[in-house]
Design a protein around this ligand. Structure first.
Ligand SMILES: Nc1ncnc2c1ncn2[C@@H]1O[C@H](COP(=O)(O)OP(=O)(O)OP(=O)(O)O)[C@@H](O)[C@H]1O
Ligand SMILES: [Mg+2]
Length: 421
C-alpha cells in the first residue's frame, strides 16, 4: 500500500512492558520517537510523592531507582479486565488509584506522539492481545472496553482495535515480494499471541483482510511470567519463601507471589503486611532470610529486585550463566544463575505456549509443513528455548525475526491508514 500523503490516524501499541505509536507517512520512519530519541516508551509510571508529580518511561524508572519517595507501577496492562484496576496504593497520606495512573500513561503517549508529529490525533487503532484474559469472555470484553474508555478520556474520538499479531503481519507484509503463509509469533511481556495469515503484496491492497486470516490464538503468558517463575525459584527462597516457622508450618507464600509479580509488588507495602511480617520474623526458623525481606519492604526495593531478575533473565538469553546481586537490601548476597536453572523453572510456561501454537495449527486444519515462514516479534521471543520449541513445530518454515519491539506499532499504523485514510 503506497500513500502519497500522511495518514490521518495513528496506531498505538500499549504493551505490558513497552509502548509505541506508529504513524504512516511517506519517506519517514513509521514509529514516532517517544522518549530520549527512542521509539519505545517503557510502560512505567512513577508517582513521585516528594513533589507530587507523575513521570513515565525511563525517566520514571530512574526517579524510583534514585530512591525518590513514591510509587512505581509497571505491567499496568495486566490490570485490564480485573478488579485490580480499581486497586489503590497509599503513599505519604496520598491515595493513588491504578486506573488513574493508566489514564495518565495513555495520555502521555498521545501527547508525545502529537508533539513529535506536530499535529493532533483524533483517531487511533489500538492493538490488543487475542485474549486480554484467558477463558473468560466477559472479562476480556471488559478489558477492551476499559482501554477504549481510557483512550476516549484522554481525547481520542474514534478508537478501534486490531489484534497485535495481525498488526505485526501487516508490518512484515510490506517487505515481501510473493505470497507466503506465515505464522506470526508475538511473545511480549504479558501475552503470547499468534496469527496464521496469508500475505502478499497483492493481498495487501484489499480493504478487508478477514479472508486472509486463517486463525488467531493466544495465551496470557509473557516475559513477566518468566520473571515470576525465575524469582520464585531462585531469589524468593533467599527471602524466606518455603522456609519454616517454629510451629513447623511454611511461611505464608502470598507476599512472595506478590513480590515476584510486577503488577502486585505494591501490595507488599501495606501496614497490615508490615505488622504480619514483624510477627512472622519472631517465629521464623531462618530469621536472617526474613530480616532481608523486612529490609526490602522498608526500602520499597520490590521493583528494584524484579528489575534485577528481569535483567538476569535477559542475560541468560545470550549467556549460559549470570550473577544476580541483592546489594540494595542485602549487600552480602550474590546468586549465580544458569540457563538450565531458568529453563527448569519455566518449563511449564514454555509447554503452555507451545501447546497454544499446536492447538492453533490443529484448529486451522493446516499441515505444519505447509507454513512458509514463522515471524518472531516481541521481546520474549528472545528466549532461546521458547523460540526453538515453536520453530520445531514448523519444520519447513523459514525463521524471520522482526523488530522485536516495533513491529506491532508499525503494523498498527498501516491498519490505521487503511481504516481511517
Ligand atoms: N533478549 C531477551 N530475552 C528474553 N526476554 C527479553 C529479551 N529482551 C526483552 N525481553 C523481555 O521481553 C518483554 C517485553 O517485550 P515487549 O516489549 O515485546 O512486550 P510488550 O509488547 O510490552 O508486552 P505485551 O505485548 O505482552 O503486552 C519483557 O518481559 C522483557 O523482559
Ligand atoms: Mg507487545
Amino acid at each position: 500500500m503506497i500513500h502519497a500523503s500522511s495518514a490521518r490516524a495513528c496506531g498505538i501499541d500499549f504493551g505490558t512492558s513497552n509502548s509505541t505509536v506508529g504513524w504512516l507517512r511517506p519517506q519517514a520512519p513509521t514509529l514516532l520517537l517517544l522518549e530520549e530519541d527512542k521509539p519505545t516508551l517503557p510502560s512505567i509510571v512513577f508517582f513521585n510523592a516528594e513533589d507530587d508529580t507523575i513521570t513515565f518511561g525511563r525517566a520514571g524508572l530512574r526517579e524510583y531507582l534514585e530512591g525518590c519517595e513514591g510509587r512505581l507501577m509497571r505491567s499496568l496492562k495486566s490490570l485490564l479486565g480485573s478488579s485490580l484496576i480499581d486497586g489503590r496504593t497509599e503513599v505519604q497520606g496520598r491515595t493513588v488509584v491504578f486506573r488513574d495512573l493508566l489514564t495518565h500513561f495513555i495520555g502521555s503517549l498521545k501527547a508525545r506522539a502529537e508533539n513529535q508529529s506536530g499535529r493532533s490525533f483524533d483517531q487511533a487503532v489500538f492493538g490488543r492481545p487475542v485474549y486480554f484474559v484467558d477463558d473468560d469472555e466477559a472479562a476480556d470484553q471488559l478489558a477492551e472496553q476499559t482501554l477504549a474508555g481510557i483512550a476516549r478520556a484522554v481525547g481520542f474520538k474514534d478508537v478501534t482495535f486490531q489484534y497485535e499479531p495481525i498488526a505485526a503481519a501487516f508490518h512484515y507484509e510490506r517487505d515481501i515480494h510473493r505470497e507466503e503463509l506465515v505464522l506470526i509469533a508475538d511473545i511480549g511481556g504479558g501475552t503470547s499471541d499468534f496469527s496464521l495469515v496469508r500475505l502478499s503484496p497483492e493481498r495487501a491492497k484489499a480493504a478487508d483482510r478477514r479472508a486472509d486470516v486463517l486463525a488467531n490464538g493466544g495465551v496470557h503468558i509473557g516475559g513477566t511470567d518468566f520473571d515470576r517463575q525465575l524469582s520464585l525459584a531462585s531469589v524468593m527462597p533467599q527471602l524466606g519463601y518455603r522456609s519454616l516457622l517454629s510451629n513447623g508450618r511454611e511461611m505464608p507464600a502470598g507476599i512472595y507471589f506478590n513480590l515476584a509479580t510486577w503488577h502486585t509488588i505494591n501490595f507488599a507495602y501495606t501496614r497490615q503486611v508490615w505488622a504480619e511480617q514483624q510477627q512472622l520474623t519472631l517465629e521464623a526458623m531462618n530469621p536472617e532470610a526474613l530480616e532481608r525481606l523486612q529490609r526490602l519492604i522498608e526500602l520499597r526495593a520490590g521493583h528494584w529486585l524484579a528489575h534485577q531478575v528481569e535483567e538476569a533473565k535477559i542475560a541468560l538469553s545470550a549467556h549460559d550463566t549470570t550473577t544476580l546481586s541483592l546489594e540494595r537490601f542485602a549487600p552480602d548476597v550474590f546468586h549465580d544463575l544458569s540457563r538450565i536453572e531458568f529453563e527448569l523453572a519455566t518449563t511449564q510456561l514454555v509447554e503452555k505456549v507451545e501447546g497454544t501454537v499446536a492447538t492453533l495449527l490443529r484448529e486451522a486444519g493446516v499441515a505444519a509443513g505447509g507454513i512458509d515462514t514463522v515471524f518472531f516479534t516481541g521481546g520474549s521471543s528472545g528466549i532461546p528455548l521458547l523460540r526453538r520449541r515453536i520453530a520445531a513445530l514448523l519444520p519447513k518454515a523459514r525463521v524471520v525475526e522482526g523488530d522485536l519491539f516495533g513491529s506491532i506499532g508499525a503494523g498498527l499504523a498501516v491498519e490505521a491508514a487503511r481504516r481511517f485514510g
